[in-house]
Design a protein around this ligand. Sequence first.
Ligand SMILES: Cc1cc2nc3c(=O)[nH]c(=O)nc-3n(C[C@H](O)[C@H](O)[C@H](O)COP(=O)(O)OP(=O)(O)OC[C@H]3O[C@@H](n4cnc5c(N)ncnc54)[C@H](O)[C@@H]3O)c2cc1C
Length: 416
Amino acid sequence: MEINMKQVAIIGAGVSGLTVAHMLAKKGYSTTIFEKESQPGGLIRCKRINGSLFHICGGHIFNSKRQDVLEWFWSIFNRDVEFSKANRNSIVFMENGLKIPYPIENHMYFFDEKIQKEFIDDLIKISQKTNNSPQNFGDFLKQRFGETLYRLYFKPYNEKIWRKDLNSVPLSWLEGKLPMPTVTEMIYNNINHVEEKAFVHSTFWYEKKNGSQFLADKLAEGLNIKYNTPINSIEYIDNKWNINKMIFDYVIFCGNIKDLPTFVTGLNLQKYKEDIEKLEYHGTTSVFCKIDSNPYSWIYQPSKQHESHRIICTGNFAESNNAEGIMTATIEFTDYINEEDIKENLKKMPLNPQYITHCYNKYTYPIQNKDTRKIIQDLKSYMKQFNFFFTGRFANWEYYNMDIAMGAAMDLCKTL
Ligand SMILES: Cc1cc2nc3c(=O)[nH]c(=O)nc-3n(C[C@H](O)[C@H](O)[C@H](O)COP(=O)(O)OP(=O)(O)OC[C@H]3O[C@@H](n4cnc5c(N)ncnc54)[C@H](O)[C@@H]3O)c2cc1C
């Protein structure tokens, strides 16, 4: 380990803040994490309700395409002892009760003859078109999958999540998250009945005990974390940072960038305030339910009969997630929905979900527009001069998964 006397404050003990602390510890920095909640994890936090595990912000599973992230992750966790490897087994429940295995475009033979023929016509049209360069999410989906699948599934499902016309959703920040099958692949997969589990990224790792809270708790072990400590003011004074009367050389902010202009004193962030206030986002209401036994991991719900878009059968991810004799799941609704409406919605949903509890998180999905990355980058460059850095889903305003958040934190720490 290098020796380094720099004092570093990290705001937030989510995946990003915890990763930063580990990386900086390797470099010999002394770190203090300030966390407003009483436990680590941020969006990946879980709690036990009557013996079953509630992922308070949606079920979280781990996987990564980044080798350096995987190497670091598995240097901390014992894969064979602490995790199970699971196959994705997802399904789309259509409006009329039809169940189509996921990904839907590979299972068009489940539809009736008319839809199958329309889909074939769509594929012919797609393959005849050249120079496709979609300008927005809606165009992308239509050009990639054709009008029929767009109408039946992609449009209604995604509009439940994004709550806006998909033609006004920009593409840039969905990179790496979009399905990219070619026409040849779709035809091949339909002819050969290729299932989801045959795909490279259709497996995931899941904690045998305590779900993603286990991950957060273990990452937090040995770190200097001050819980129940919301930071509302960060003062730049004499080339150092004063947080809660403690003096730091560096600050790594892993909270929500919307807080920065009001938190930071001693520097003038007025220029950035208006742009940051305008950043758009969605929240999620996660509803914890008892549900009928089923073999699924994710259930996608394009149906307009109810508002929820996704059921995550977290009870199927690990036996220890369910109290004895019951099966549990987390059902996601975009933005706020009250308990009465939740219960009305549950009545119309498949697999007989029975309400246990729910949790609303105001910030879960950052939304970018064409200027967002520039706004964030400008603020980053400005703050960097004062040894103030930031990384994380809502600090960078990026649609990160855990592994990408870890990767971004690792990249930042390499520069320090
Ligand atoms: C519904 C949903 C499902 C998801 N599923 C998956 C999945 O299956 N797999 C996957 O890899 N990723 C998934 N993700 C993404 C994943 O949750 C995030 O990438 C990751 O948790 C982001 O971590 P973070 O540390 O950047 O942010 P956060 O988790 O938001 O952490 C920020 C932390 O900072 C603290 N904080 C904020 N402000 C202050 C303050 N002023 N003072 C003190 N503390 C503060 C917060 O309390 C929090 O602990 C999902 C996200 C959502 C919304």
